[in-house]
Design a protein around this ligand. Sequence first.
Ligand code: ZN
Length: 325
Amino acid sequence: MPELPEVETVARGLRHAIVGRRIISVSLGKTDFIDDPAALEQHLPGRRIEAVERYGKFMLLRLSAVNGETRIAVNGDASSSLLVHLGMTGQIVPSRAGQPREKHTHVCMLLDDGRELRYTDARRFGRIAYLTKALLAAELTKFGADPLEVSKEQFADRICGRRARIKSLLLDQRVLRGVGNIYADESLWKAKIHPARLGAMLSRKQANKLRLALQGILQKAIVLRGSSISDFLDAEGQPGEYQRHHRVYGREGKGCYRCKTPIRRAIVAGRSSYFCPRCQHSPRGFAVLSLPGKKGRKTKRRRAPTGSGRAPHDEKSQGRKGKSP
Ligand SMILES: [Zn+2]
């Protein structure tokens, strides 16, 4: 799933490619991931894309007021936005209008330079919503601090004293917006903190070490245009490169880059979590999954009792919507 660096990469690409363009018309395919499909068809034509911003794991295409002076903005219609969340497999890429549409293309916005901004999403875990200023403001209050901007004090206040596992806190978008499984594991490894430790058990000094690790990793990942582990592509259709710099994520059984101990995996916060059992001391009694290749999986999976309450959501799990034609 695209996380902060991947979404930032796409947003930067789009900023370069489509800001200043006006939307001429909209055509939709499947719409079950769109909040109000009719609103897109009704409100987008005539609007200019003024800016592309990233907010946590989603993008905001800021739209101009209604085209011309003939239509009057109603219900705070001016300065509305198109929210785009890429979900697991979403891609948004400007293409030449004559170019054949890829499979699973569900939104096409014809631009005034003849190109089409196309949203494709095989699994449709993404989300698209047309939001007026008031609706957007209400939406944004659900999210926590930006990890790149969060101060030492803010971060410690959000983490320390919480009776939830640190991995779960990092993934909770109400605590921090934009962190997902990969960058949570990478930053915990760098800060030498076990993913199953409780926020309450971390000192403010450890919390700050984690904050700095997270910020450094996210910044480096942005420079390398994110991680492409499944099918992430940027706005030019290019994969990212940060996956080559992963230190723990997806490295079960391989030697730790610091101490050579085999990296282990456990389910924390319902997600596969990779860590070094030597560098990242586990809380007492915490079970890990046996290494692949060993007979049977004797070690019990132990899910974190705390967290966002979501169903387990492994990278390999089947999409609930299955494959769409
Ligand atoms: Zn290690």
